[in-house]
Design a protein around this ligand. Structure first.
Ligand SMILES: [Zn+2]
Length: 427
């Protein structure tokens, strides 16, 4: 099992990457913007501000994410159904063994153990209840996220609930939301008297002016100086933008949650990455090696073409032959980023984070590094929380990879892995 996990995880591409979302403080030099007074008249729960050449790609990726998330929820329901319903975390007697379960049930639970967290430790084991509760937590988040995506696609208001969830804005460039200067044309240094970068907890922080999503006061909306470590690559070769903020080509997207006086969340997909996702989309659509080509409905049988495709996707020498390609799609990043969003995930208590792999307190692998993902799922030292607990069930990248994996591995894993093969593939 461990070797299989290692092999699968080593095949992940390291494309999705986002920056820490913990810098939630804003600066006291917040000013106000009267020019957007009419915006409140057309307020909606999700502003899709992506109107560039990749607007359709984002739209399609959100629609796919909706399908992928609905499929994830259905799989998690199956996994939970394998357990006794007394909350003990013990498996049902009639579902204990692999050969007692359906393909989909095996796929659901084994994928969970490999991609997120071990959920069962053997009859009567003290950790079973904890493992089961992780499964319930993942299902709860997946279910909420799935519901919000469905509402958005249907044009319905998002569920706001007792937590009064914020609005969220989607951008295909952070230049739409940030500028180097405020509404009076002043740089941060001119407005505040402070030199950039500002040292905060040992980090070099740059303030950029955010002109959307601030609190409104009457009909006035605020301009807010917000702290940033890095910003998107826009594909023009620049190494800094927006007044000296370092460009990081490794960032594909990022999400910042609401933090007063910001009352909206912001999710940004970086221009350079949008180009890569668009290329993946057209290449995979043309070659018919797309997650849409591999998906088999729960309980259904794969077509002959899908069986042939599954055979060709056994781990091999190149990207086309392994599952690393799953993380090269925009939908995977949409799901990853959605788990950082309070508007899409629910309360702040349940949003996921990016778990890092550390040695002696120093980050030694990025949080989307294949080896790091494997360690997080296993709960290895260097990936644990302050109480020494595993964090796979709290990690955004593992959540999104599980979603992608169960969407397609209903057939890919049938070729010699642990899930019970579908009858049709046995022949
Ligand atoms: Zn992230």
């Amino acid at each position: 099992m461990a070797q299989l996990l290692l092999r699968l995880l080593l095949l992940f591409a390291v494309l999705a990457h986002c920056i820490p979302t913990r810098l939630e403080f804003v600066d006291e030099y917040t000013t106000f913007n009267g020019s957007l007074a009419s915006r409140s008249l057309v307020k909606r729960d999700v502003y899709n501000d992506c109107d560039g050449p990749h607007a359709n790609l984002l739209k399609k990726s959100i629609e796919d994410s909706n399908n992928i998330m609905a499929n994830m929820v259905a799989h998690l329901d199956l996994a939970i159904g394998l357990y006794q319903d007394d909350g003990s975390g013990e498996l049902r007697d009639d579902k204990r063994r692999r050969d007692q379960r359906t393909f989909d049930e095996n796929n659901a639970i084994l994928s969970y153990n490999m991609f997120i967290a071990k959920s069962y430790f053997g009859p009567g084991h003290a950790s079973n209840r904890d493992g089961y509760n992780k499964l319930l937590g993942t299902r709860s988040l997946a279910n909420f996220l799935s519901g919000q995506l469905k509402r958005y696609i249907n044009g319905s208001p998002l569920f706001s609930g007792p937590d009064n969830l914020p609005l969220i804005r989607l951008h295909c460039s952070d230049a739409d939301a940030y500028s180097e200067t405020d509404q009076e044309g002043r740089t941060y240094t001119q407005a505040s008297g402070r030199i950039q970068p500002v040292k905060v907890n040992g980090n070099d922080i740059y303030y950029v002016n955010q002109n959307v999503g601030g609190a409104t006061f009457g009909t006035e909306e605020s301009y807010v100086w917000v702290p940033r470590l890095k910003v998107c690559d826009v594909g023009d070769g620049a190494t800094t933008r927006l007044g000296g903020v370092p460009v990081d080509p490794g960032i594909s997207a990022y999400t910042y949650t609401d933090s007063a006086p910001l009352k909206e969340e912001i999710m940004v997909f970086c221009p350079a990455s949008l180009g890569k996702w668009a290329a993946t989309e057209s290449e995979r659509s043309a070659s018919k090696v797309h997650y849409r080509d591999l998906h088999v409905e729960m309980g259904a049988q794969p077509t002959d073409a899908q069986i042939e495709l599954a055979k060709s996707l056994k781990p091999g020498e190149n990207d086309a032959e392994n599952i690393s390609w799953l993380s090269s799609f925009m939908a995977q990043t949409v799901i990853h980023e959605s788990t950082h969003s309070r508007a899409l995930s629910g309360s702040r208590d349940v949003t996921l984070k990016d778990v890092y792999c550390k040695e002696n307190g120093v980050t030694t692998q990025t949080h989307t590094d294949p080896g790091c993902l494997q360690r997080i799922a296993k709960g290895d030292p260097g990936t644990l929380d302050e109480n020494g607990k595993a964090q796979g069930h709290l990690d955004a990248q593992l959540f999104s990879m599980y979603a992608m994996a169960v969407y397609v591995n209903t057939i890919t894993w049938a070729s010699g892995h642990r899930a019970k093969p579908r009858a049709v593939i046995m022949k």
